[in-house]
Design a protein around this ligand. Structure first.
Ligand SMILES: [Zn+2]
Ligand SMILES: [Zn+2]
Length: 381
């Protein structure tokens, strides 16, 4: 009895020590950027901004995890919709994990997500040598029916199933040695027949200016995906503050149908390594919704205007001043940090009631080497 009491005391000290350690860690994390790994962007007028990753693998093709892990990672990252897109023609784990039904990864992921706020979309990766290379067909009804010899026949079957199809990693150096995405005659044929609807401008850790130009020239949806095979935390260094590439989809509602409609209507912006890529009509509203002027007032009796700007997005905006005014705290370069408020002091020369500051957003691209220009509208109260 005495011995037991002694043991209990010993354990309670141990438990207290563990409690202390864990509570300290939690407290430290809550004060750092690392505590919230969820990817967050504001909605834009008329649309919900949905965070999506439509290119992921599991052990059902050449990935290293079970589909439930993909769902759990996606929930941690605050995603709204995902697709598990196994290679149709490349099945290296087939001997160890035999499966006749190519819809299994989707079904397992769907089951895992059923009690969570995550949309799982069915998909497959059409995996051919170049050309046409790899393409994802998402919103399919049966992956088994995509197992066909002729690549064109696969794209046609995807269309019959109502799929949204995008060209994967057109810049992949295993397919194009110079890393330059370019269309082959077969792609032009697919485009002509309306069998290809989007293109990855970002895949895993790569970005392609040429793919962006193809998207603009051929009116394709701009896509960005993780193409994750291992763990997102390791590849994208999420515990260290990194993030996976995602496609922000501007959907009328948070439903599968609404996402599909938005993709066909090209309502996307890609978020990759503190960079935003997209068409101006979605990129600009997204940036403007991210930045809110909270307060603007003159400092004492001076003609220097102090402006408090809140950034409610995950991007640290890097701006260059295009206005006629100079600043009191900055050169022409201004950074509005993610999820922070910043002070901007503008020398307006005269006392004014309102002022517009035009900036060029350096870490956003709407075409190769082209950055959007925004107007920060400031009202003085
Ligand atoms: Zn691929
Ligand atoms: Zn892939």
């Amino acid at each position: 009895m005495k011995f037991k009491l002694h043991l209990m005391k010993k354990y309670s000290v141990l438990f207290f020590a563990i409690f202390l350690i864990s509570s300290t860690t939690a407290q430290e994390l809550s004060h750092s950027h690392l505590s919230n790994r969820k990817i967050e962007f504001p909605d834009i007028k008329g649309y919900n901004t949905l965070i999506c990753d439509f290119h992921q693998h599991t052990v059902f093709s050449d990935g290293s995890v079970w589909p439930d892990i993909r769902v759990q990672e996606s929930l941690r990252d605050g995603l709204d919709a995902i697709s598990i897109t196994e290679h149709l023609e490349y099945q290296p784990h087939k001997e160890d994990i035999p499966h006749k039904d190519r819809n299994r990864a989707y079904q397992i992921a769907l089951n895992e997500a059923k009690n969570h706020d995550l949309i799982v979309v069915s998909g497959s990766e059409i995996t051919r040598s170049m050309p046409p290379g790899h393409s994802n067909a998402i919103f399919i009804s049966d992956a088994n029916k995509l197992l066909k010899e002729d690549p064109i026949a696969v794209f046609k079957e995807a269309k019959v199933q109502g799929a949204f199809v995008f060209w994967n990693h057109p810049n992949w150096i295993s397919h194009v040695k110079d890393g330059v995405a370019k269309l082959n005659p077969i792609h032009k044929q697919l485009l002509k027949d309306n069998l290809l609807h989007g293109i990855e401008v970002v895949n895993e850790k790569t970005y392609s200016d040429e793919a962006l130009q193809i998207a603009l020239d051929y009116d394709l949806t701009i896509m960005g995906t993780s193409d994750i095979h291992g763990l997102v935390d390791w590849l994208f260094e999420i515990p260290e503050g990194g993030h996976r590439p995602v496609t922000l989809v501007f959907a009328k509602d948070k439903t599968e149908n609404s996402i599909r409609e938005a993709l066909f209507e090209k309502r996307t912006v890609v978020y990759f390594n503190n960079l935003l890529i997209g068409r101006e009509k979605y990129l600009k509203p997204l940036i403007l919704e991210s930045l809110k002027v909270l307060e603007a007032k003159y400092i004492g009796k001076s003609k220097v205007l102090s402006v408090t700007v809140e950034n409610n997005s995950d991007v640290d905006y890097q701006l260059i001043n295009n206005s006629k005014y100079s600043f009191h705290r900055n050169s022409d370069i201004v950074v509005f940090k993610a999820h922070s408020t910043s002070e901007l002091e503008v020398k307006t020369l005269e006392i004014v009631r309102s002022v517009d500051i035009e900036f060029e957003v350096l870490n956003a691209v709407l075409a190769p080497n082209t950055h959007p220009k925004i107007n920060l509208k400031i009202e003085i109260i």
